[in-house]
Design a protein around this ligand. Structure first.
Ligand SMILES: NC(=O)c1ccc[n+]([C@@H]2O[C@H](COP(=O)([O-])OP(=O)(O)OC[C@H]3O[C@@H](n4cnc5c(N)ncnc54)[C@H](OP(=O)(O)O)[C@@H]3O)[C@@H](O)[C@H]2O)c1
Length: 407
């Protein structure tokens, strides 16, 4: 995107739970007269005005469009350098917006964790986006920025300090505190509903390389962990991590887009640390049972309908006190060719899904809009690390409360 537009960033979906957090973050961080020109957008003007009143600043610009109305979207995306969208489930509301951004050469970032939809967007738009110069970056929240940027950070340091990249990287969620929003729960439900209907969707979800370029969908990586096992690198037990299903695919796509610089045999996996000794093993099995109970609901079935009652509705999520009391902490282990290890930690200072996610997404959009001279000269269907690299790493640490440290 080279022509100067009216706004740097438009937050699309600002009436939703996460969108309004991004708007609040922008108001507090960038104000209205600073370097970043931004506006809020959505389909319901009255709701957006309510959000604006809650933000306490009537100067915030409101734009109106609808996810299903192509003309309104074309108009919206022509006004801004970057669309920052929290309108999900993306598989239900995202198609036309991505197409409009690609056509107009407008940069784009989102919080999609819906692998099957991202696969469709890559297949439909990668080549066209390369031609128009649009940078389309999915997964700019808790999935998958800590993983994608964590691997980028660890490997950059391994290369600088040891002269070579790690051959295998293990990402381990050590601890986290936070909650769920209705929008996230709805998006997960939609993924399961699509997979139940269409075998091709199921195949994409279970392929470890499901988001790689079509000619690079094979490698040494295996399916995500589905059991509890010991990991000597962390000195305890590990259990499945639900976000691994999207994060591992994003890291592998980054590696492919960057030309397999860590080597064709590079391997990557994710898990949660459940603890040490017998208590750690037991905690792992309890967690496994909880995950199984959550995933067992057949779309439309009675069990799923009962389960739905225990989760928030769209528009709801953890309150301010819960977000501020939240945090997350990953340990990253790189296995070197000689068997040595390099280690890093990646941490966030708010709950993963909303407090931290809204800042990560906001900074991704700001990075696309303001840091073009510092980011890689690439376009197409990208990932956070391949689109923004060091410039994003800097912003996340300076502004979004993340830390990346070698141990
Ligand atoms: N990756 C992560 O780490 C992460 C974290 C948090 C959230 N998420 C994802 O982000 C998405 C949003 O979550 P949320 O909890 O903020 O959801 P939400 O509160 O339900 O908000 C959804 C937004 O979409 C808007 N919308 C729905 N249909 C639309 C249409 N036809 N045209 C325009 N706008 C429309 C809604 O507008 P109205 O207000 O007018 O209904 C609302 O602003 C979900 O897909 C979720 O999975 C991901």
């Amino acid at each position: 995107m080279s022509d100067k537009r009216e706004y740097d960033v438009v937050i699309w979906g600002a009436s939703g739970f996460t969108g309004r957090l991004v708007a609040e973050y922008y108001l507090n961080t960038y104000g209205l007269d600073g370097d970043l020109k931004w506006a809020m957008a959505g389909r319901n003007e009255a709701k957006l005005k309510e959000v604006r009143s809650e933000l306490g600043n009537e100067g915030v610009t409101i734009l109106v469009a609808d996810s299903h109305d192509e003309a309104s979207l074309a108009d919206l995306v022509s006004k801004t350098s970057v669309i920052c969208t929290t309108v999900g489930p993306y598989a239900l509301y995202g198609d036309k917006l991505v197409a409009a951004c690609v056509a107009a050469g407008t940069d784009y970032c989102d919080l999609a964790g819906e692998t099957q939809w991202i696969r469709r967007m890559i297949d439909q738009h990668h080549e066209a986006a390369q031609k128009t110069g649009a940078r389309i970056v999915h997964c700019c929240g808790f999935d998958s920025i800590p993983s994608d940027m964590g691997v980028y950070f660890l490997q950059k340091n391994a290369k600088e300090k040891q002269g070579e990249y790690a051959q295998h990287v293990k990402m381990r969620l050590k601890s986290a505190k936070g909650g769920f929003s209705g929008g996230t729960y709805a998006s997960m439900g939609n993924v399961m509903a699509e997979a139940a209907k269409d075998r091709e969707v199921y195949k994409v979800l279970y392929n470890p390389y499901g988001l790689n370029p079509r000619d690079a969908m094979k490698g040494d990586d295996v399916a995500d962990l589905t059991s509890v096992k010991r990991d000597d690198d962390i000195g305890g037990f590990i259990m499945p991590f639900i976000m691994a299903a999207i994060n591992t695919r994003v890291v592998r796509r980054s590696h492919a887009l960057a030309g397999f610089q860590y080597g064709k045999n590079f391997m990557y996996d994710e898990a949660m640390i459940s603890g040490t000794g017998l208590p750690g093993r037991l905690k792992g099995y309890i967690g496994l049972a909880g995950l199984a109970a959550m995933m067992a609901g057949k779309p439309g079935g009675l069990y799923k309908r009962v389960l739905d009652k225990f989760f928030p509705a769209p528009g709801e999520g953890p309150n301010k006190a819960e977000r501020e009391a939240g945090f997350w902490n990953f340990t990253v282990v790189g296995v070197m060719a000689d068997g040595g290890r390099v280690r890093a930690s990646v941490k966030g200072d708010r709950d993963p899904g909303y407090g931290s996610t809204s800042k990560m997404l906001g900074e991704s959009a700001a990075c696309l809009a303001l840091d073009k001279s510092k980011t890689p000269k690439v376009s197409g269907m990208l990932t956070p690390s391949t689109a923004m690299g060091d410039a994003l790493l800097e912003r996340l640490q300076e502004k979004a409360g993340l830390s990346f440290e070698m141990r």
